[in-house]
Design a protein around this ligand. Sequence first.
Ligand code: CP
Ligand code: NVA
Length: 313
Amino acid sequence: MNAAVAPLTLTKDLLTGMEWNPAQVRELLHLAADVKAHPDRYRGALAGRFLALIFEKPSLRTRVTFEVGISSLGGASVFLDHTESKLGQRESIPDVAKNLERWVQGIVARTFTQESIDALAENACVPVINALSDRYHPCQALSDFFTLEERFGGLRGLKVAYVGDGNNVCHSLLSIGARAGAHLRIATPPGYDSDPAVVSEAKRTARETRGKVEICNSPQEAVAGAQAIYTDVWTSMGQEEELAAREAAFAGYQVNAALFAQAAPDAVFMHCLPAHRGSEVSADVIDSPSSIVFDQAENRLHMQKAILLTLLN
Ligand code: CP
Ligand code: NVA
């Protein structure tokens, strides 16, 4: 491989995003930029390597970007569709892990519970990458801060507001944003806040990076002067039975033109997708020139290639 940026040696797995320190996140952002600018330098970097992709939930972006990313690095993937049968049903997760490690050099897993991903990592000697769990979506947040860095030229002190559910995406924005030194303001409805342990960890990390983490219930307070406004679905995969209660609780939390107008003049709109126009975001905001949702989607590819290079080399 003729790479300008040498891949780092980090922890074996990417399970939460919190296993990487601020300097390591910074180097990963740097590698992703190089992978995007010079994809040819990395062709063949995963030649002869195989990855298992285990998905218990549907996916467009994560599945396609991992499959395309692995192939473009010269590797190959095997997709294990667990959307009909839960992982661990036919045989235990430790046994699945102990089989897979004999055949493949890495595992990418999207599961209902974080415990399932942790169990894969504990029982497989090959790297395990979290492709979304109920608690975290680290590949998403790493790609999102890469997208913000491209847009604004830096992340330190960047005001990023998140309005909506204190969910997996919010948790990862907190932990990666704190590592990047961003100024995060989170507004969730009462009862739908982020896990206090994730918030405390982010606050501790932000003290190191001179970032900031502020938590409130007011969308207006969160977005005032923000350079990015981020939202996600009100009902995540696996919470479908709570749909009606959630629609009611989140009614005042839509990112619409009136709310967006309170952000900074150069503010961007962000969403991990899939989005529900008319619920968490109005169509005029997500389809406006300020929206960078498809840049975020594109950057999943480049960032995940950087993650694969880092963990598999
Ligand atoms: N944002 C994201 O992870 O999209 P998918 O669910 O389509 O993979
Ligand atoms: N919070 C959403 C993110 C989808 C990418 C979910 O978990 O369904």
